[in-house]
Write a protein that binds this ligand. Structure first.
Ligand code: ATP
Ligand code: MG
Length: 131
């Protein structure tokens, strides 16, 4: 996902360029907005964390780009490309180093396992939207 503040700031094109330049193929993509309830479900693993309320408010605050990306070793390679959660700790050349505003508003989301990538992909896209 490209998160709300990065969409609002006009970074979508540059972020997609970086993703494609790093060998990912777009399998599905959509411009949409999560309701408060949907954002809460999406990040339910963090329900007990102190930042959960802030995270859900933020993820529902504006439209996002959702995508399924394809590549060998995609989960690990995408997390490498996006960089550390906190942009202050993200390496040079990563998406978060370049575009994240803060640890909370950090520009992009990446799935953390193949299993979660499958669940998250199916949450946004039907089979006929995937190519
Ligand atoms: P994502 O799941 O969005 O790809 P991540 O896997 O790098 O990010 P997680 O630990 O899964 O990091 O946290 C999910 C999201 O919650 C972060 O991307 C960030 O937006 C927010 N977040 C994480 N830690 C904090 C924090 N300490 N304070 C505020 N927001 C936070
Ligand atoms: Mg995560």
């Amino acid at each position: 996902m490209i998160k709300p503040e990065a969409v609002a700031a006009g970074h979508v094109g540059k972020i997609i360029d970086m993703i494609l330049a790093n060998g990912f193929r777009i399998h599905a993509m959509r411009y949409t907005r999560l309701s408060h309830h949907e954002a809460g479900t999406f990040y339910a693993v963090h329900k007990e964390r102190p930042f959960y309320g802030e995270l859900v408010d933020y993820m529902a605050s504006g439209p996002i780009f959702a995508a399924i990306l394809e590549k060998d070793n995609a989960v690990e390679d995408f997390r490498k490309l996006i960089g550390a959660t906190d942009p202050a700790q993200a390496e040079e050349g990563t998406i978060r180093k370049r575009f994240a505003e803060s640890k909370a508003k950090n520009a992009v989301h990446g799935s953390d396992s193949d299993a979660n990538a499958a669940i998250e992909g199916a949450y946004f896209f039907s089979t006929r939207e995937c190519y």
